[in-house]
Design a protein. Structure first.
Lengths: 108, 512
């Protein structure tokens, strides 16, 4: 995850409390989603950014996961995400996300 | 008036030492984690000159192989050896690091690039023998200075070191003692951009068969900024490049838009020609040192060579209609607007289908799309996937939503309407434009009809806006001579007679 984004996630978490933050990802495939999810839960796996060694344990989802999709007006979801649903390997992304959440998320 | 594409130039400079010393992944790592295993391992993963010569994507970039041939080669391509290993190609060349360092000095007009005496002596003949380097450029190379003086400049004067095979052979001095925008780091970055742009520009002019004195305007669309502390991006790379290339009748300016810069610049340039403002405009861009080895950590972790070791450059020559060359269709221009939003669906609609709809065309009326043409050898190991393929899937999915293709056709869409990615991950360099040379050839040969170039830019990286950006345009076969403007006297008489007949008929109808 971009170093500046890590800084923003850290600052928002300090301001609002980790239990009140949900990180929503939009990466196009599983590995990148997993890396970003790991960064905001277990810390930056590349040891480069401000989240290195910081285990925030935030709740983190990908926008194509059922947990998020079911929260959104179907017409809006189709307009914004319908095309990408056809493109992305949703099972792969959802698998990566749930395994990261199971291992590192502290607030679910 | 129509604008045609007369030719394009594509060049690569092999700069393995700059991967180590100037790529931001490495410079950041050196600050954050100086003893890291990555920094220790990285030198063992750099490619030598012969390996980059026989690398398939590089041979496609300079035009010795076609994208179609590349598509038939199994990935990853770094495991394959291309049967062509020539340094010169139809569109340009690959330049080895030693020649590129001499070129950096040749393009320097402020005596900032210093090279060591014996290094210059050893490589000047090869530099002079380069097909694209004429005597005016060779004459700009100085004899060089002592190695001790270079070491002193690096150690005491904050000069940016230049290495060749890990040996200090030169440096770029700062251009001001305090001004950060003229620091040796910035001067180095800008000099690399300028040098690679000069080489691309000269290659494009040669390929287009256009004389230097016929160029009236140059547009630079790289992603660097030149200026001082009072005007950080004052410019102007375009004119600075034109000066070294010997374009005495040209002026120019810089267009910026992150990776979308080239698409914006080409639309601007084509419009300048179409409006009759200038008869010949060249769009040019050099490469970017910061992005060298950008995904190096993943490449090293996966035990593969570093493919991001090439500085890229390209240039495209646009002129008034010659009756033969493919033309830029300025009616089919896509643009991501402020109101478009950032959802991928909205982005693709704004860049692809909105412009097609305005012209009564379908997605399948375009023969080939050229979006971000990043080499998947660079991006896949880093978890960013196959970028062109991802773009084709999005365009295909949109075509499904519009009922233009069936859902089952998504899988084959990329093969039919796309190309594999072969460009180095140098931001603006892969952004659609690497395909222009190929498209021009294929359109002239009658094998392709309409081809769309799509540039996309991540403006939010500049922290001035959260917006994304993009622009697109279509290249098509020359449509032949244009009809003369205006109408003849006979036609005017006929039009008046027709109007009077219709008026009389309407009066009669009203009386009835």
């Amino acid at each position: 995850m971009d170093l500046e984004n890590q800084k923003r996630v850290l600052a928002l978490t300090e301001e609002h409390g980790a239990e009140n933050i949900v990180v929503l990802l939009g990466a196009s495939e599983g590995e990148a989603s997993g890396l970003a999810a790991e960064t905001v839960t277990n810390g930056d796996p590349t040891f480069a950014g401000p989240l290195t060694g910081v285990q925030l344990g935030l709740s983190v989802f990908h926008v194509c996961e059922e947990e998020i999709k079911s929260e959104v007006d179907p017409a809006v979801y189709d307009e914004q995400c319908g095309m990408m649903e056809m493109v992305m390997d949703i099972d792969d992304i959802a698998g990566e996300m749930s395994s990261i959440r199971a291992d590192f998320c502290k607030y679910l | 008036m129509k604008t045609v594409i007369k030719g394009a130039g594509y060049i690569l400079a092999h700069t393995p030492d700059m991967v180590l010393h100037n790529g931001t992944t490495q410079t950041t790592e050196r600050i954050v984690n100086p003893d890291s295993e990555y920094l220790k391992q990285l030198p063992n993963h750099l490619r030598d000159w012969n390996t980059v010569l026989a690398y398939w994507p590089n041979q496609v970039y300079i035009g010795n192989k076609t994208p179609d041939e590349l598509a038939a080669i199994p990935q990853p391509w770094f495991e394959q050896t291309c049967d062509v290993n020539a340094r010169y190609g139809k569109y340009g060349q690959m330049m080895p690091q030693e020649e590129f360092l001499l070129l950096m000095q040749a393009v320097d007009v402020f005596d900032l690039v210093k090279l060591e005496k014996s290094f210059v002596a050893e490589h000047k003949a090869a530099f002079a023998a380069n097909e694209m380097i004429d005597e005016t450029i060779v004459a700009r190379v100085k004899d060089g200075i002592e190695g001790e003086e270079i070491a002193r400049l690096v150690n005491e004067e904050h000069s940016e070191p230049l290495y060749h095979h890990n040996v200090l052979v030169g440096c770029v001095n700062r251009a001001h003692d305090i001004d950060v925008n003229l620091s040796s780091h910035v001067m180095h970055e800008n000099m690399v951009s300028k040098a690679s742009s000069v080489l691309a520009l000269l290659s494009a002019l040669k390929n287009a068969g256009v004389a230097k004195e016929d160029v009236e305007y140059v547009v630079d669309c790289c992603e660097e900024a030149c200026g001082d502390m009072n005007q950080r991006g004052g410019g102007n790379f375009a004119k600075a490049t034109a000066e070294i290339a010997g374009l005495v009748n040209a002026t120019g300016s810089d267009v910026r838009g992150f990776c979308a810069g080239p698409a914006h610049a080409l639309i601007d340039a084509a419009s300048l020609v179409a409006a009759g403002t200038f008869k010949c405009v060249v769009v040019t861009a050099g490469g970017c040192t910061a992005k060298l080895g950008m995904n190096g950590k993943d490449h090293v972790k996966k035990g593969m060579p570093i493919p991001e070791d090439m500085i890229g450059g390209f240039a495209v020559v646009l002129t008034a209609d010659d009756g033969v060359s493919p033309e830029v269709n300025l009616q089919i221009v896509g643009r991501h607007t402020v109101g478009t939003g950032s959802a991928p669906q909205a982005v693709i609609q704004s860049l692809v289908t909105e412009a097609l709809d305005r012209n009564g065309l379908k997605i399948t009326d375009i023969d080939k799309f050229a979006p971000e043409m990043q080499n998947p050898d660079c991006t896949k190991p880093a978890g960013a996937g196959d970028v062109p393929l991802a773009n084709y899937k999005m365009i295909a999915a949109l075509a499904v939503k519009r009922g233009e293709i069936g859902r089952a056709d998504i899988a084959s869409f990329a093969e039919k309407y796309g190309l594999p990615g072969w460009a180095p991950t140098q931001g603006h360099i892969p952004s659609g434009v690497p395909s222009i040379g190929y498209f021009v050839d294929e359109i002239k040969a009658g094998r392709l009809n309409k081809c769309m170039i799509i540039g996309k830019g991540s403006l939010f990286l500049g922290r001035m806006t959260n917006l994304f950006d993009g622009a697109s345009f279509v290249i098509q076969p020359n449509s032949g001579p244009e009809a003369p403007a205006g109408v003849s006297e006979d036609e005017v008489k006929k039009m008046i007679a027709k109007a009077m007949r219709e008026f009389a008929a309407s009066l009669l109808a009203a009386e009835e």
